[in-house]
Design a protein around this ligand. Structure first.
Ligand code: SF4
Length: 703
């Protein structure tokens, strides 16, 4: 048995471990970050349960750190009061990014972790079963409910060889993205094994596991071996270690397989504006840059900052470059100070920011218009930096530091210095001063609901026949950053759906909000998308905000897992084209009708299932293969509508044409949006599980 299957088996509460079948797993730990956490706490409060039923739940304040007005600060106080009330650990603003802090303080090999952040998968670096999900799933897990998902295929990746100088863990995951693209891990758990693991520390593995989210994987796992034991020992928690390894180092125990010879890797870089646009650094060397940002959960370790400090030590970064350093946690910031690396960074011209996500989520550090920004963060989706026409490149700390010195994208191997050998302390400087433990059972606490927390809108039930215009048609790989953007201005509105809805699809179509508001009281409307719709961040606002504006169904070629779940949770029907060509026949402005949709879902009549394409890897087809009606600024196709005709056709999608593709089980259908809050009195939130169904719905023809 491989590690992933062992972890699932030890948490299985329902279903069989057959790829594509629904399974339910017990959740030991949960985490939430603040940008999703206010919703999680409201949803949990609505369940009427006095205290969390997990082994451990933690709430981090790492996203909304800038306090330019009262909003974020008020939300921090709400989250703290909710933690005190419900028995949750509270990580104060400035303590650090959830994933590395959780790994350092709470990560336990062999346990399961569900987090309302798509990079929760980083916990797989310790041999945990760590999965990102929507906020409602986290609230349910906090209440002791199992998490339901489709049993993934296990994708074994054998690592051999040793990383050369100037090449590090970030280049390993960029190589995976270069090979398999942003949907190459969909429906899989990626498990790394083999002799190459010996040169990857637990924090290096965090880098690789974290960005498994960019491959679309359900999660990533590493074995819990001597490296993990050393990591926990350095954090003063060796007692939490236990060995978890595969029964054999053998390709045959995996559903899919790949091999990476680490010794052949070179510095890599993802070009704007997708983590899948990966090329060798040398191919774009010499490109002028304006900014370098080091930090984020994609390069969180002490080593990642210390290597950058060693590269710039005794030199000045280029006059043109803003060299921004975001320490991952206070613990690491303190260690950087103790080993002298912080002084080296400051002397070289670094702008040192507080510990947290910061520029990674557009919380400050927005680049200037049209200027190139080089970052060690995991994502460069359009607009994520807070600037619509941004040009963000993703790379390793080595490449980032080298480029900060020269002012142009630089292959670090070209620097006139030898690779710095770091001599870092064996043990961490454990600092828990900003980590507040849960209050004792029975403590009376009032929730501090600030004015920024606005009741969730009430939504009506799914109609018998769903009919409405296609208000928007988009291309492949549309991210949740494009559906509801990040950035300091918008993130502060995460607890106010009517306000944040004003930014829905703003980077894709600035007219969408006004067009939706004009019809939302008269009719539902529909979005048509391409492959991998809703990739990226787990934010449920990417479902809630469009739902508030009247979106009731999305027809796409395929969906990202977390977003599909979020759509279902908030009453938007995710439909999959069984025949992708049908998409070409639907134009923006057409009116689609789905008769008897409610009855068909309730009856589970979703037609024939097609087994997943076992034995082969999923690769993205190059956009050039597909006709498109216009290009986006990032080079991806805008939409594919080659048919020369007027829009506004009414087309009926007959129930007989539905069938399930890419089998997935959606365990809970919160229909009619039985999710509502009243701000008066005790926050009451009702969940009505009105319909249960299994199977993703698909339409095969448009008549
Ligand atoms: S990816 Fe960026 S925004 Fe998300 S948790 Fe990591 S540092 Fe924060």
């Amino acid at each position: 048995m491989n590690v992933a299957t062992k972890l699932i088996e030890s948490h299985l509460v329902s279903g069989e471990m057959t790829a594509g079948q629904e399974i339910g797993i017990r959740i030991d730990q949960t985490l939430a970050q603040d940008a999703t956490g206010t919703m999680v706490m409201l949803e949990f409060a609505g369940l009427g349960i006095a205290r969390v039923r997990t082994q451990l739940s933690a709430q981090y304040v790492d996203h909304n750190l800038l306090q330019v007005d009262w909003r974020n600060a008020d939300d921090h106080l709400f989250l703290r009061s909710a933690c005190e009330k419900f028995g949750v650990w509270y990580s104060k603003p400035g303590n650090g990014v959830s994933h590395p802090v959780h790994m350092q303080r709470f990560g336990v090999p062999g346990t399961s972790l569900l987090g309302s952040d798509s990079h929760t998968c980083a916990g797989g670096s310790l041999g945990m079963l760590a999965i990102g999900a929507g906020g409602l799933e986290i609230a349910m897990a906090m209440a002791g409910e199992p998490f339901h998902l489709e049993m993934p295929r296990i994708f074994g990746v054998r690592l051999v060889g040793e990383l050369p100088d100037w090449v590090s863990a970030k280049d390993v995951i960029l190589e995976m993205l270069r090979r398999h693209g942003v949907s190459g891990g969909v429906g899989t758990i990626i498990e790394y094994y083999g002799p190459g693991l010996a040169c990857l520390s637990a924090m290096d593995r965090h880098v690789i596991a974290n960005m498994g989210a960019e491959l679309g994987a359900t999660t990533t796992v590493f074995p819990s071996d001597a490296e993990v034991r050393d990591f926990l020992a350095a954090e003063g928690r060796e007692h939490d270690w236990r060995e978890i390894t595969a029964d054999a180092e053998d390709e045959s125990i995996y559903d899919l397989h790949d091999e990476l010879d680490l010794s052949t890797l070179e510095p890599l870089i993802a070009l704007p504006s997708s983590p899948g646009n990966v090329v060798p650094v040398r191919e774009v060397a010499g490109t002028e840059i304006y900014q370098v940002v080091i930090g984020s959960s994609a390069n969180p370790g002490l080593r990642d900052f210390a290597i950058a400090a060693a590269i710039v030590k005794g030199q000045q970064t280029h006059d043109r470059v803003s060299f921004d350093v975001n320490p991952t946690s206070r613990e690491i910031l303190e260690q950087l100070a103790r080993v002298g690396a912080l002084a080296d960074l400051i002397a070289a011209g670094a702008r040192i920011h507080q510990a947290g996500c910061m520029g990674c989520i557009g919380m400050g550090q927005a680049p200037a218009s049209g200027e190139n920004s080089l970052r060690t963060v995991p994502r460069n989706f359009p607009g994520r930096s807070g600037v619509k026409e941004d040009r963000v490149f993703l790379c390793s700390p080595e490449t980032a530091a080298a480029s900060a010195l020269t002012g142009v994208i630089t292959d670090p191997r070209e620097l006139a210095i030898s690779y710095p050998r770091l001599d870092l302390p064996k043990n961490s400087t454990v600092n828990t001063s900003m980590l507040v433990p849960p209050r004792p059972v029975g403590t009376e606490v009032e929730l501090r609901l600030g004015a920024n927390i606005v009741s969730l809108p009430k939504f009506d039930a799914l109609p018998d026949t769903l009919e409405g215009p296609v208000l928007l048609s988009v291309g492949d790989d549309v991210s949740t950053d494009e559906i509801v953007p990040a950035g300091s201005k918008i993130l502060a509105l995460r607890s106010n759906i009517p306000e944040i809805a004003k930014f829905t699809f703003t980077y894709v179509d600035e007219t969408l909000y006004d067009r939706a508001m004009a019809i939302r009281d008269k009719t539902d409307w529909i979005v048509v998308g391409g492959r991998n719709y809703g990739q990226g961040s787990s934010r449920e606002h990417a479902a809630l905000a469009p739902r508030y504006l009247g979106l009731r169904a999305v027809l796409a070629e395929s969906f990202a897992r977390i977003h599909a779940q979020n759509l279902v949770n908030f009453g938007i029907v995710p439909l999959v084209f069984q025949n992708p060509k049908d998409r070409l026949d639907i134009l923006q402005g057409d009116v689609l009708a789905l008769p008897k949709i409610r009855a068909e879902i309730a009856a589970g009549r979703v037609g024939e299932r097609r087994e997943p394409d076992a034995g082969s890897l999923i690769h993205d087809a190059p956009p050039a293969e597909l006709p498109c009606s216009g290009d986006r600024s990032d080079g991806r196709p805008a939409q594919r509508s080659p048919i020369e005709r007027q829009a506004n056709l009414r087309r009926e999608i007959a129930p007989a044409c539905w069938s399930a593709t890419e089998p997935i089980t959606i365990a809970r259908w919160i229909a009619g949006m039985g999710v509502c809050t009243e701000r008066s009195g005790a926050q009451r939130l009702e969940h009505k599980t009105a319909l249960q169904f299994s199977g993703r719905i698909a339409c095969t023809c448009v008549s």
